[in-house]
Design a protein around this ligand. Structure first.
Ligand SMILES: *Cc1c(COP(=O)(O)O)cnc(C)c1O
Length: 363
C-alpha cells in the first residue's frame, strides 16, 4: 500500500536489525514435531523451577488491578531498597532490565553518539543504542573472554557516552573483576553494570555506588526469581540520575501484577535462594559431565548457563541436531561464537538429555 505525502521513516529505524528473542514453547514444539511438554527449552536462561509458589496465590488474591500502578513506585522502591541495600532515592524499577537499558540510552545517546561494549555480550545494548540512532562500538574480549581494558579505553572518542559491563557476562559466564570496573569508571563515562545473574555468583558493584556517581547497577527478577514473563528489572544509581529517570519513564511502566509478584518474591527470598543454590549445584554437575564429552569444551561459568565450544565449522549442524531432538539451546550463526552453543541450566533430567545428545552429535 502507498499513501501520498506519508513522511519517511527515520533512516536509523529503517536500518534496524530486530533483536531475536526466544520463541514460545508451542512454536519450538511444532518446529521439532514433538509435543510441547517434551520440549527441552534451555535457550533463554529462564528459571526451570518457575516463580515462588506464593506468587500465584498473591496474584489471584490481589483486588486492585482496575487501578493504575503508582507512577512514583513508592511501594516498589521501598521493598527494593531492602533487596539492593541502598536508599529508595537511588532506585528506579522498569519493565524488565531491558527497559532500564532503553531508558538509560534515551537519556544519554542521540544520533551520532556511541556506546562501548566488550564483545561478545548481551545483544540488547547494541539493539537499543541503534533505536536511539547511536552506534555500539564492539571491543573484542581477550582469549578467555576477559575485558581488554586498553582496547576499551582506546575505543572511546568524543561521541562516547556509556560503557556497558555485564557481570557475570552473558553468554561467556565470567565476571568483571572490581579493578576493571574501577578502571572503566575512572574514564568518566557512564558505566552500566548489568548484574542480571548476580544471585548465581554473589559479586556486586553496589558498594561502588557511594564512590562513583557515574555508575548504574542493573538487576532483574527474570532469572533468579523466575519472573521473566512478568517483566521486572531494577536499577540502582546516583539520586539525581534516578530522579531524572523517574521523570522521563513511562508513568505506569511496571504493571501491578509484576509489582505483586516482586513483593511476594522478596518475602520468599530464602525459598528462592534455595532454588538458586540447586541451580548452581546442577551447573557444577553439568560442567563435570560436559567436560567428559569428546570434542566439546565448556567454559567456566558463574551464572545459570554454560557456553560450550564445539569443533570448528560444526556449530550449525550440532544446533540443528539438538533442535530435531526437541532440545533448544542458544546458537549464533556468525561471528566469534559461531562454533559455540550456550545451554541454560535446567532440571537434572534435562541436563542428562542435553549431555547425551551432545555426546552423540559431537562424536
Ligand atoms: C536476561 C538478561 C537481561 C534481561 O533482563 P529482563 O529483566 O528480563 O529484561 C538483562 N541483561 C542480561 C545480561 C541478561 O542476560
Amino acid at each position: 500500500m502507498t499513501q501520498k505525502n506519508m513522511p519517511s521513516m527515520l533512516p536509523h529505524i529503517q536500518a534496524l536489525e530486530t533483536y531475536e528473542g526466544v520463541d514460545p514453547m508451542e512454536v519450538m514444539a511444532e518446529r521439532a514435531g514433538i509435543p510441547p511438554e517434551k520440549i527441552i527449552r534451555l535457550n533463554g536462561n529462564e528459571n526451570p523451577y518457575g516463580p515462588s509458589p506464593k506468587v500465584a496465590a498473591a496474584l489471584g488474591d490481589y483486588q486492585n488491578y482496575n487501578y493504575y500502578p503508582d507512577p512514583g513506585q513508592r511501594n516498589l522502591r521501598r521493598v527494593l531498597s531492602g533487596y539492593l541495600g541502598v536508599e529508595q532515592e537511588h532506585i528506579v524499577a522498569g519493565n524488565g532490565s531491558d527497559e532500564m537499558i532503553d531508558l538509560l540510552l534515551r537519556m544519554y545517546v542521540g544520533i551520532g553518539d556511541n556506546v562501548i561494549i566488550p564483545s561478545p555480550t548481551f545483544g540488547m545494548y547494541s539493539f537499543s543504542a541503534g533505536i536511539c540512532g547511536g552506534e555500539a562500538i564492539s571491543v573484542e574480549r581477550g582469549e578467555n573472554f576477559e575485558i581488554d581494558l586498553e582496547a576499551m579505553k582506546s575505543a572511546i572518542n568524543n561521541k562516547s557516552k556509556i560503557i556497558f559491563l555485564t557481570s557475570p557476562n552473558n553468554p561467556t559466564g565470567n565476571i568483571v573483576p572490581e579493578a576493571q570496573t574501577r578502571a572503566m569508571l575512572d574514564t568518566g563515562l557512564l558505566v552500566v553494570m548489568d548484574e542480571a545473574y548476580f544471585e548465581f555468583c554473589g559479586e556486586t558493584a553496589i558498594p561502588l555506588l557511594s564512590e562513583y556517581p557515574n555508575l548504574v547497577v542493573l538487576r532483574t527478577f527474570s532469572k533468579w526469581a523466575g519472573l521473566a514473563g512478568l517483566r521486572i528489572g531494577v536499577g540502582a544509581m546516583d539520586p539525581d540520575l534516578a530522579a531524572t529517570m523517574m521523570a522521563m519513564k513511562p508513568p505506569y511502566n511496571v504493571n501491578l501484577a509484576a509489582e505483586v509478584a516482586l513483593t511476594t518474591s522478596l518475602e520468599d527470598t530464602p525459598g528462592l535462594l534455595e532454588r538458586v543454590k540447586q541451580i548452581v549445584t546442577e551447573r557444577d554437575r553439568m560442567m563435570d559431565q560436559l567436560k567428559q564429552v569428546p570434542n566439546l569444551t565448556p567454559w567456566p561459568s558463574q551464572a545459570n548457563f554454560i557456553l560450550c565450544q564445539v569443533p570448528d565449522g560444526r556449530g550449525k549442524e550440532i544446533f540443528e541436531g539438538l533442535c530435531s531432538r526437541g532440545i533448544f539451546l542458544r546458537y549464533w550463526s556468525s561471528g566469534r561464537l559461531k562454533n559455540f552453543i550456550r545451554t541454560s541450566i535446567g532440571l537434572p533430567h534435562e541436563t542428562d538429555a542435553v549431555v547425551e545428545a551432545l555426546r552423540e552429535l559431537c562424536a
